[in-house]
Design a protein around this ligand. Structure first.
Ligand code: F0G
Length: 352
């Protein structure tokens, strides 16, 4: 198949018209990877939707391509967003490609190094506040009203429109909706976008609807707790959010689908993070692994029906956050002299 990106591929399902520039970095069309070891251990059919294969390494590209194309169509000169990192990387990349100024506001010291490197390289103007994501979001909302910058956070409806295409791809691959969709929840845009996508495709193709299982980090679990968290905290910095903008939409997705939302601790996330990479060869960032951690917990609680088809959305690439990876694995490289004999000695008798 010849792939030209989401605006081209799913045009008929998206608010694009003759005046919309068909912006593209060839986003979407990400791999759906069967997780054979975990499937066998847990008695289910588990797949990962590997969103880290998008051009900037996260699912944000799906929504950003449309939000930026629509900003360009409307004659905007600059886009603005708050971010825990991935949104800023995607906004900066698509902003660069569309020739728009890009302003990003991030929580100082709380975004992964890979994401910061991306925003810098793509040429964004970066402001790091001594506050959290929720506070940054309030600031950029205000600035977009006062100064006419186009807000490209997921409160921009074009973001969810673009992101719903991931649900289309799942149905296109599996030929029907999975039984369960496991997804991390931060600002709650993506869970809402998937639900919209599944419903739209079902109404056209009778593809069925999954139950949505959302997962938050225990230190940043406002929807699970039923109240906003003032000082959210988790090693999964992507979802370090205390007052999600799409709270209502997420609750609707959970209720309508007969789904559940639960939290996982940082320890559970890190265990799943390492397990996924070392057992399945799939490296996703910590926030993404809240899905695997959550499903593992639900497997132990007997909540996953035998043989169910389950998709875990792995929202961001593991390379985004090298610091956490390097800290998670205690084993360091064995440093040896530049000498074959030394290596020979180290490896002697290791192959059985
Ligand atoms: N996973 C990753 C890797 C993320 O970057 C995010 C959100 C989420 C999950 C949660 O998605 O917010 O739609 O519920 N990152 C945003 C950002 C907040 O600024 O990059 P959500």
């Amino acid at each position: 198949m010849h792939w030209n990106g989401l605006l081209h591929q799913y045009k008929e399902y998206l608010p694009v018209n003759d005046d919309t520039p068909l912006l593209s970095l060839n986003e979407g069309h990400t791999p759906l990877i069967p997780l054979d070891h975990l499937s066998k251990e847990w008695g289910i059919n588990l797949y990962a939707k590997y969103e880290g294969a998008n051009p900037t390494g996260s699912f944000k590209d799906r929504g950003m391509v449309l939000a930026v194309a629509k900003a360009k169509e409307a004659g905007s000169k600059a886009i603005i967003c708050a971010s825990t990192g991935n949104t800023s990387a995607a906004a900066a990349a698509y902003g660069a490609r569309a020739g728009l100024r890009c302003i990003v506001v991030i929580p100082d010291g709380k975004i992964a190094q890979g994401k910061l490197a991306q925003a810098k390289m793509y040429g964004a103007e970066i402001f790091a506040i001594q506050g959290n994501f929720d506070e940054a979001l309030e600031m950029v909302k205000q600035m977009s009203e006062e100064e006419g910058y186009t807000l490209v956070n997921s409160v921009n409806p074009f973001r969810l429109e673009g992101q719903k295409t991931a649900a289309f791809e799942l149905v296109d691959s599996l030929e029907k909706a999975p039984d369960i969709l496991a997804i991390p929840v931060g600002n709650a845009g993506n869970i809402s976008a998937y639900w919209k996508g599944f419903k739209e495709y079902d109404s056209v193709k009778a593809s069925g609807l999954p139950r949505i299982h959302g997962f938050q980090a225990a230190g940043a679990a406002p929807i699970v707790n039923g109240s906003a968290v003032k000082n959210p905290d988790t090693i999964a910095t992507a979802i370090r959010i205390g007052n999600p903008a799409s709270w209502q939409l997420a609750t609707a997705a959970l209720d309508e689908s007969g789904g559940i939302i639960d939290s996982v601790t940082d320890e559970e996330i890190l265990e799943a993070y390492q397990m996924l990479a070392s057992k399945e060869g799939v490296f996703a960032e910590p926030a993404s692994c809240s899905t695997i951690a959550g499903l593992y917990k639900q497997h132990k609680q007997g909540l996953l029906p035998k043989g169910a088809s389950i998709v875990a959305v792995l929202t961001g690439n593991g390379l985004k956050d090298p610091d956490i990876a390097l800290k998670t694995v205690a084993q360091e490289p064995v440093v040896i002299p530049n000498d074959l004999n030394q290596l020979r000695q180290q490896l002697k008798g290791c192959v059985v």
